[in-house]
Write a protein that binds this ligand. Sequence first.
Ligand code: ATP
Length: 774
Amino acid sequence: LTPPAMAQPPPAMSMKKIAVMTSGGDSQGMSGAVRAVVRQTIASGCIAYAVYEGYEGLVQGGDLIKRMQWEDVRGWLSEGGTLIGTARCMAFMERAGRLTAANNMVEKGIDALIICGGDGSLTGADKFRSEWPSLIDELVTTGKRTAEEVKQFKHLNIVGLVGSIDNDLSGTDATIGCYSSLGRICQAIDYIDATALSHQRAFVIEVMGRHCGWLALMAGVSCGADFVFLPENPPSENWEEEMCSVISKHRKLGKRKTIVIVAEGAHDRQLTHISPDVVKDLLSNRLHLDTRVTTLGHVQRGGTACAYDRMLATLQGVEAVKAVLEATPETTSPVICIVENKIVRKNLMEAVKMTKDVAAQIAAKDFGAAMAGRDAEFAEYWQAFHITTSTDTEHLKLPTEQRLRVGIIHVGAPAGGMNAATRAAVAYCLARGHTPVALHNGFPGLCRHHDDKPEGSVREVEWLDAESWASKGGSEIGTNRDLPSADMEKTAFCFEKYRIGALLIIGGFEGFTALSELRQARTKYDAFKIPMVILPATVSNNVPGTEYSIGSDTCLNALIDYCDAIKQSASASRRRVFVVETQGGASGYIATIAGLSIGALAVYTPEEGIHLKMLVEDIKFLKDQFAKDKGSSRTGKIILRNEKASKVYTTEIIANIIKDEAEGRFDSRFAVPGHVQQGGTPSPMDRVRAVRFGVKSLQFLESFTGKTKQQIAEDPASTSIIGIRGAKVKFSPMKVIEETETDWKQRRPKDEFWMQLTEVVNTLSGRPQSALHR
Ligand code: ATP
């Protein structure tokens, strides 16, 4: 995530009073957003308030508008829902209610409000702001307030944060809560999968989303569903036939189970509701499948937030406070959004209007416009879903001479999403008439195959082979760390022998290095004068050319689950600080983002190193924290240390030093989650992005068809890396990335975008600046 540029220091109006509120339906991550707003407000020298129970609290006032202290929000990142409550408030819909709310705010001296909620809540907020001057006037004319009392309340600052599970606000790629909710859905479907497979059953699963099919579509993509029903894009007029035809084809190809996902607001093109029961009857009566319906309901709102939502809530909460502090009376109300990996401010009312437009377009049966009203990513996922599930692809096939034999190879350690990416690439190849060829067990596998000729090391993949890989962890085609340079001659020979016409590498820094070697070996071997692309996949997220590698999100989720569990154990026993060792090689990304997501006290990275003064200052800070915590039940504290942060200060040594220095006031232990960090089942984010990048990579390789070997060799773009860079998904030529952006010695990008986030971790934990300087 790219944080926005640092805010200016707060202007002269110090001790500004900023209130935060959660409103509308709850979502995972809202409590994390409140924590970030409260702490950033206090860290900026201002006073923080929380409005309890949404607009109801604003209208009722009194104790429902409460001053918040730093300690009040301790541990909130690990809590689900919203700890300050939320409500739907009819009184606020009326001017009279808003007048009372304004009076309550003046009474407390609050002149800035940060609202985390859906489009309804944000609309209410904007209305409040636009009416504010007239509300203030009315308070004076009706004698509720004197002119003197309202003098400093001429303007109200409003900033929106989008908290919603169904990701329905236009302008942002993700809302706070949507990936956690998707996680709940995928977990349930993964469970259902096992029983469906055992009994060869069909399941129709209803998910939330009255006007927005994001959850249904993403669940379909990440779980490899057979059919999805979305409000924005209903199936054809003849949808009963269409669905039955797709599902019976899948069954004929050998699939033992069927999953159909229905969004709550699904309908046909005439807007007649499509209920899960209607779908069930069709599957039972027409296809004679043993079919069950599962409505997931409020489970989707439940549980704690996933790593991404915690990070989003934190960074957006921080950004919201900065937006308040930078606002002038002329600034339009912003809503804090995320585009790919960049936190941005957008015009709140424009985003709300676009959202409402989509609902209106659906109601007017203008489904093309409704799809266009969602972000570009949505359409790409829709296309990816179709390509990976549809077997009726004759119309998509390329002319024979443009078809490729595409080698797919995994390099390096396994990472969540490798299989999903491979499945998508295979399905794309088959849809377009290319031949997907799995090169099993990395480059050594390819070369060994040539020596020993074992069956199956280089294998053309069928649709059914890859079909079940959407949610699988590990590497189904096998992976290996060894590089082609171990035997370049033989590698080239094998490329020719198996007529590899394009190559997709899925892997981490080793995969990156392998592609670099192949590119440079082109001068010697014609076999490598083919289009080649790497799809970054590694838990460490240390591949140059991208800010995100598949697998890193799975790793972060595994780490935060681990840390939440040990934190809990500490609160049940003694006052304890855990020093947790993370993976990541020489990149502190995983440690830092996990630190951001669990509210770590400090994060030790290889980039910053560890020195004696740092430890001394951090131990002082710990003593201070434990002293303040007296009587609190949430006393487990975490320091994250990357495995390569220091050669001298190992994780165990740090834990021992802390224990010794604590002199019995608290305890310290070290913990090493190790390979737990590779995660079991990949996270939904890794799965969906794997599918999207898999399809995009194949489209990229395909764009070189018709070019001669010479033309390909001369085109630097013909060996590229796909990655997220700021607000964009881009293919970057390897030559440029290798030569200008790679720190080969440390095996990481020269410029790591996330380094700026260490400041957020430190600010929100209250870690003293003195710890950072030798
Ligand atoms: P969800 O995504 O769960 O629907 P939401 O924020 O859209 O969240 P709503 O129920 O639409 O949820 O709105 C929450 C509250 O915001 C309402 O109960 C009301 O108090 C306030 N609100 C909504 N729309 C308006 C409006 N037009 N004017 C004033 N207040 C409003």
